[in-house]
Design a protein around this ligand. Structure first.
Ligand SMILES: *Cc1c(COP(=O)(O)O)cnc(C)c1O
Length: 467
């Protein structure tokens, strides 16, 4: 994490409390363009506008809280990856956020799609997503999930254990199916945002270790299986990564493995997938690489390694999720209470409680993830004050934004928007405290399209079949 700090670990300087990287803004109404979707700006009346519509108008229609997804922004980012990585296959990682409409957009933008559960697969197939352009992930796919994928004819299954390989073989034998498979390997790289760690041991649940030879065992097993065509090797090194150093190590180790496999079996595997994890800006402190920068770095690394092993450049793929959907979406909340709290340093922090929280964005609580926020329904001439945006749940850790400057006249009834809320927010949302999950509504050229409707208490109570 970039800014891992405990509550209260704030700057001692009373004139500028908050973490070092957070600057008191000269204009509290200004938006940092790197955090907000393409079509978002502050309109002449002071309210934020997104997708050609003031958020106040949108909220009057959708209710609060809501995720507003800028369709043009989503499509533009998908297209940027496709263009920058021309000649490579770009798989949108559906786990970041997937609905039928999203699957349709992904297909229209000519991307491929990753799913990692039977539910995500069903969603994609219901949307008419071409099965041969779907990759199936997961470290513990059930026989039912594998059967659904094989029956639909998914383009590839990324296998993660010998048990799974056996399961696939049995299903194929029984039903006369055939599987195209990649072996997920752990190249001994762990990437965290600004740095990566090359590790010898890989104490985690995903993949086959290259170091201890398990990867080669799995590859050889697939190679000799009559029900399976082994197409290549897959590696995914982490998430919210800002530089290509980790990918460089991963490419070096996976391509060496492919060369060793060629030398052992005489077969050159055609495919290599380097996974996803490309970072986005959640706060002004983050500066992610563009798809063009990523592409030219990765192409260079892969070409170099191919030459080193006298092999052709494999058919390459990547799997961005967050980098496509994350920045497209803002979460909009309504302020319920505003409470100043005195800090030991003599400074004050204002706790702004909103009508959502850890049930619609678990990332701050789960990963100490940082976010930003802005007053969304109006501009303000009041001076900036250090705030913490918190939810309504019964947990001290129910924090949405640890530190952000908001206008000191912020009050109940105001709207607060949190940018970069498109990935792993609604997708990881829960019903904690029996809270119905907010809707996801696409905005485009002044009109709204509901992708996921708001959950109702009746939806929740329908599951409670007791007396
Ligand atoms: C999660 C995941 C991704 C996408 O990660 P992002 O950080 O959203 O880009 C890609 N590939 C695999 C295998 C994953 O598990």
């Amino acid at each position: 994490m970039t800014h891992m700090h405990v509550a209260g670990a704030i700057h001692a300087d009373v004139s500028s409390p908050g973490p070092q990287w957070l600057e008191r803004p000269a204009d509290v109404n200004a938006l940092d363009a790197s955090l907000w979707s393409d079509t978002t700006f502050r309109g002449s009346d002071g309210a934020l506008v997104t997708g050609g519509m003031p958020v106040t108008t949108a909220l009057a229609e959708t209710g609060s809280p809501v995720y507003l997804l800028d369709e043009a922004d989503f499509r533009r980012r998908a297209r940027d990856f496709r263009t920058a990585f021309a000649g490579w296959d770009v798989y949108y990682a559906g786990k970041a956020f997937l609905t039928r409409t999203i699957a349709r957009w992904v297909a229209e933008e000519e991307l491929f799609l990753d799913v990692c559960s039977g539910g995500e697969l069903r969603t994609a197939l219901l949307a008419g997503f071409p099965a041969e352009r779907i990759g199936m992930h997961g470290n513990n796919k059930s026989s039912d999930e594998l059967a659904a994928g094989l029956q639909a004819g998914v383009g590839r299954i990324i296998v993660d254990s010998l048990d799974e390989i056996g399961r696939i073989e049995r299903l194929c034998e029984l039903h006369g199916w055939h599987a195209r498979v990649m072996v997920r390997v752990t190249p001994g790289v762990e990437a965290h945002t600004h740095e990566y760690i090359a590790t010898a041991h890989e104490d985690q649940k995903f993949g086959f270790s290259i170091t201890n030879g398990q990867a080669m065992v799995a590859m050889v097993r697939c190679h000799y299986s009559p029900q399976i065509t082994l197409i290549g090797v897959h590696s995914h090194i982490g998430s919210q990564i800002f530089d290509t150093g980790g990918f460089e190590v991963a490419a070096r180790r996976t391509m060496k493995l492919m060369a060793q496999f060629r030398d052992a079996t005489g077969e050159l595997l055609p495919d290599l997938d380097l996974g996803g994890g490309f970072g986005i800006a959640y706060t002004s402190d983050d500066s992610p690489s563009t798809p063009d920068e990523l592409s030219s770095n990765l192409r260079e690394i892969v070409a170099l390694e191919a030459r080193a092993h006298s092999m052709p450049v494999p058919r390459m793929s990547i799997e961005p999720g967050r980098a496509i959907v994350g920045p497209s979406t803002m979460a909009v909340y309504t302020v319920g209470t505003v409470k100043p709290v005195d800090l030991e340093s003599g400074a004050q922090r204002v706790y702004v409680s909103v009508d959502g929280g850890m049930s619609d964005n678990i990332r701050p609580a789960l990963y100490a993830a940082e976010y930003s926020a802005a007053l969304a329904n109006r501009a303000s001439h009041a001076s900036p004050v250090l705030c913490r945006v918190v939810g309504k749940h019964c947990e001290g850790g129910d924090i949405l934004v640890h530190d952000v400057f908001l206008p000191s006249d912020i009050r109940p009834g105001d709207l607060v928007a949190v940018p970069a809320s498109g990935a792993y927010s609604r997708a990881m949302a829960s019903n904690y405290n029996h809270t119905p999950r907010p809707p996801v509504v696409a905005v485009r050229e002044g009109s709204l399209t509901t992708l996921l409707r708001r959950e109702t208490l009746d939806d929740l109570l329908a599951l409670d079949v007791g007396e």
